[in-house]
Write a protein that binds this ligand. Sequence first.
Ligand code: SAM
Length: 256
Amino acid sequence: MRVLWKAVYKINVGSGMHDTNLNPSVFAVDLVNPYRTYVHDYPEVLFPYPQAAALQARLALRFGAAGTGQGRLHVELGAGSGNFLVEMALRHPQDHFVGFELRYKRLVRSAQKLEREDRSNVWLLKAMGESFHQYCPPQSVDHLYLQFPDPWPRASQWKKRMVSGAFLERLAQVLRPGGVFHLKTDHSGYFLHVLALLNGRQDWRLRAWSNHLHRDVLTQDGRSTDLLAVQVKTEFERLFISQHKPVYYLALEKPL
Ligand SMILES: C[S@@+](CC[C@H](N)C(=O)[O-])C[C@H]1O[C@@H](n2cnc3c(N)ncnc32)[C@H](O)[C@@H]1O
């Protein structure tokens, strides 16, 4: 299918020919971004326009609500090109992973990696990360990762940041007791924004944090951490490390 679309794309772009059998509006869009078509090539792992209710039912069946499922459920928001999810899926074949991402090309790249590595324990959703609570059954998630979210640095943009008071409420809804939210960012302002949201709240436990991940991580009991998110690096994380930029990290636990 992908090969066919590539060929059609080449013929049309290259020669100016037009195939009248194709829906012109769809075709016009696909000429601009052929990955809009490729996202349909991986029906087992990539869900391009998921219906929240239907997927929640499938998730509940597969993972089990409130502790009845086998294996842990990990969710990543803004999964990019999938490096973290694929590496995690390889390290933890008994666990289940769901990645939210908006960009077609990155979703397709992720699906290709899954195919190469023969992984079926990852689902990719083309859906807004903010809507994770509509897909994940209550108290089903063991780990939720947000890694290098768009920082929206200007004060006028702060309302667009993924983490907000409402986000924390939705997080509390889907995490199991003892479940952990992991944030990594290269943006000190974003890190401070999240710490400010947590200030004075008794309903979360700050389990670990760092203002220079990969150099030192502090935990509440002062010991080094074995948290999974610290061990596996994302694509952007590797880039920042290569540029000697600090990575800020926090792990927030929903108390038992
Ligand atoms: C800076 S990149 C980081 C990608 C990856 N987490 C990493 O660390 O390599 C941010 C990613 O979040 C995605 N993104 C931005 N807003 C989003 C949203 N509201 N829902 C889902 N994904 C989003 C972008 O398309 C992009 O791939």
